[in-house]
Design a protein around this ligand. Sequence first.
Ligand SMILES: C[S@@+](CC[C@H](N)C(=O)[O-])C[C@H]1O[C@@H](n2cnc3c(N)ncnc32)[C@H](O)[C@@H]1O
Length: 395
Amino acid sequence: MLVKAGTVIKADCLKALTAVADNSIDLIYLDPPFFSQREHSLTKRDGSESYRFSDNWQSMAEYINFLKARIALCKIKLKPTGSLFLHCDRSASHYIKVMLDEIFNSENFQSEIIWSYRRWSNSKKGLLSNHQSIFFYSKTADFKFNQIFEDYSPSTNVDQIMQLRVRDERNKTVYRKDNNGDSVLAKEKKGVPLGDVWDIPYLNPKAKERVSYPTQKPVLLLEKIISLVTSPGDIVLDPFCGSGTTLVAAKLLGRKYVGFDISAEAVKLSEERLANPVKSTSKLLEKGRESYRKNNPEVESAVKSIGGVPVQRSKGIDGFLTTKSGMVPFKVVFKLEDLKSSAQLITQSSAKNKFQQKALLAKFQMKNSEVKKVESEFQLIVFTDLKELSEKLRR
Ligand SMILES: C[S@@+](CC[C@H](N)C(=O)[O-])C[C@H]1O[C@@H](n2cnc3c(N)ncnc32)[C@H](O)[C@@H]1O
């Protein structure tokens, strides 16, 4: 290879790619501008640095031709066992897929990976866009692939996991029985082979690895791609490396790496990140989405019974109700002896968020005097009757 592994080069990748030896790269991941038709810019939280790149094009044809020239070169640089992953979104994904089929041949199309994540909506008309696509092509049919297994879903029954299954004469899947009619245990099962929808959180504003580069991708996403098609010591190339996420993930996994970017600031930032590679862990991935639910399903069903929207990550607020005067947070209480502490909790949480109104929903009979006392002491509206609550509060 003419370009040395372990380097980040400031250049148009079209030019830089010509200096890479043919058939020398194991994985190329590209995260080019997406045809968003805008300038991307972001300033570091301390205001010390600002990063930008342009994603404005005359036409789709101009954009696709830009990519095509670079991806055609990428293919030449891949080893026969190598693969290319191209990251894009709905702005141009369908045009890109057709172009990739032409360059790689559709039989080398392996997968369209959907990177899915949750995010907050603005209330624009239409569906909230919460995924991006990554097209996976191999150079040849003889590509390197490391099967990754995931845990069984909670709804998988134990028989499916433990027992050997075979196809019957009608090609239906059935459990194998031995001569005595007993079930036969399966040999070792490793879990479910990794699918093509990946639920990986978007980097949150406080994530350790966040460097304020516009459209920065999570290291966890790149680690998954790299682990899938390379081994330690293999070489990974990112022609649009931006803040260097791919290179950091490659380094953390013991792969060699090369990065190109047309922006000098991006190259400097990549080098800084590589000197001190950091990866944020995801509590959500480690513990699962369900772990964010409050343990008490009774609370959740009470919230839903009055048409409220449940809130999971607050000690003081169990849900919100939409009312004539806006959103009213409320807390559910089940026992008289919890009344005071619950009132304290919702008062604290609401003060932090400066809510005008707040309510307690007491799921037990209370004397009028008790209601009045909590109401005045904590400036709360207390409801003991669901019907009354809906009538008073809801639109
Ligand atoms: C979407 S960003 C990449 C973000 C990166 N994956 C990350 O996690 O930080 C696209 C990058 O492509 C770079 N770029 C645009 N045109 C280029 C070109 N012709 N050659 C190399 N880099 C280019 C931009 O400077 C920008 O950093």
